[in-house]
Design a protein around this ligand. Structure first.
Ligand code: FMN
Length: 352
């Protein structure tokens, strides 16, 4: 019932949301999902205003349906020169394996959406239809402006406190992101306590305590998983990892090979790649990170500056195990096929 109302509101045929995935989701993927009756999403949190506009416009040119544009609402990083230089020195030995040197400084490689006027103006102009937020919430002024323009607003939550905050701020729906989920954990404060609630428990808790629709996310890979989420009272399911190996994804060859092979059997929550906890396929970078205390890691996204440089140095020598190979615990269920085929398969499985 909740799912029917949600689908009607957004004009969807099926309660399936392809998760926004910065660096992985593409206009071709998002439009294929929306054209198949789901909600396709673009992760533009790490893009420039112009880059985000191009992606959203391209997707809109490929579908007449809504697209979900997703931005990051993290608090601005604190620069700490001592911590940065200790971090870069510590990473030095990893760079040296690939005859490279770490960067001399860390930079905040992209801005938060919170209070970001140019990004807000772009979204108001390009009108994706749905705008979603990860890592927190935008300002009341941004929320009011987007709602006034008619955008449907969604925020990720990893516990009931964040979810209540999001509902009170005016979100139209909340993503219940479980501990199983691939990619960055959407927690508002990455240094706060974390109960690590799983998708099953969190979805049910939010369904019982919120009045807005709840979207289950984390470890859902097929029709049976979507059905289970709907049975818990979710209005829809949001799937990320399930789409990473699709033809239209921008995941590179080593990421795809890892996801479709034995490495998919182990995922790790780590903050050493970007500065915030994120679930990744176990790889050389996550192995290195096992010995690192959270408090030693510089703020997101400054850490990501070094993480991307290390991955580039390793990739230049043909080593793929340092990438941000985000994946959820359902990774061994990933399928490699065109997005439209995956959508057909999910719809068929859901109908059974
Ligand atoms: N969530 C966002 O809100 N914004 C992002 O940019 C984003 N990037 C992601 C990138 C990848 C490769 C993955 C796998 C997930 C990402 N997520 C992002 C998290 C998803 O929204 C979602 O919570 C998660 O994919 C659900 O778990 P699953 O991967 O097990 O399906």
């Amino acid at each position: 019932m909740r799912s029917a109302e949600f689908c009607n509101r957004l004009n969807l045929q099926v309660p399936i949301i392809q998760a926004p995935m910065a660096g992985v989701s593409t206009p071709a993927m998002a439009s294929a999902v929306s054209n198949a009756g789901g909600l396709g999403s673009l992760g533009v949190g790490a893009a420039t205003v112009d880059g985000a506009r191009v992606m959203i416009e391209e997707a809109k040119g490929l579908t007449g349906h809504r697209i979900n544009a997703n931005v990051f609402c993290h608090r601005p990083a604190r620069a700490d020169a001592d911590k940065d230089s200790e971090w870069l020195a510590r990473l030095g030995s990893e760079f040296h394996r690939f005859d490279a040197e770490p960067p001399e400084t860390l930079n905040e490689i992209y801005d938060s959406f919170v209070g970001n006027g140019p990004m807000t103006d772009m979204l108001l102009d390009v009108r994706p239809g749905v705008v979603s937020f990860h890592f927190g919430l935008p300002t009341p002024e941004q929320i009011a402006a987007l709602k006034e323009q008619g955008a449907y607003l969604i925020a990720s939550a990893t516990n009931l406190i964040e979810a209540r905050q999001a509902q009170a701020a005016g979100m139209d729906a909340i993503v219940a992101q479980g501990w199983e989920a691939g990619g960055h954990r959407g927690c508002f404060d990455e240094n706060g306590p974390d109960d690590r609630q799983g998708t099953f428990a969190l979805t049910r808790i939010l369904v019982k305590h919120l009045t807005v629709p709840v979207i289950a996310a984390g470890g859902i890979m097929d029709g049976a998983g979507i059905r289970a989420a709907l049975n818990l009272g979710a209005a829809a399911a949001q799937l990320g990892t399930a789409f990473v190996a699709c033809d239209e994804s921008s995941a590179n060859a080593s990421y795809r090979a890892a996801l479709m092979g034995a490495p998919a059997e182990h995922t790790v929550m780590t903050r050493v790649i970007s500065g915030r906890p994120a679930r990744c396929l176990q790889n050389r970078f996550t192995d290195w990170g096992q010995a690192v205390a959270d408090t030693d890691v510089p703020d997101y996204p400054r850490t990501y500056d070094a993480g991307k440089a290390l991955n580039a140095a390793a990739s230049a020598k043909g080593v793929g195990g340092y990438g941000a190979q985000w994946a959820g615990q359902g990774a061994p269920l990933a399928r490699s096929m065109p997005t439209a085929e995956l959508m057909s398969a999910l719809k068929n499985e859901l109908a059974v």
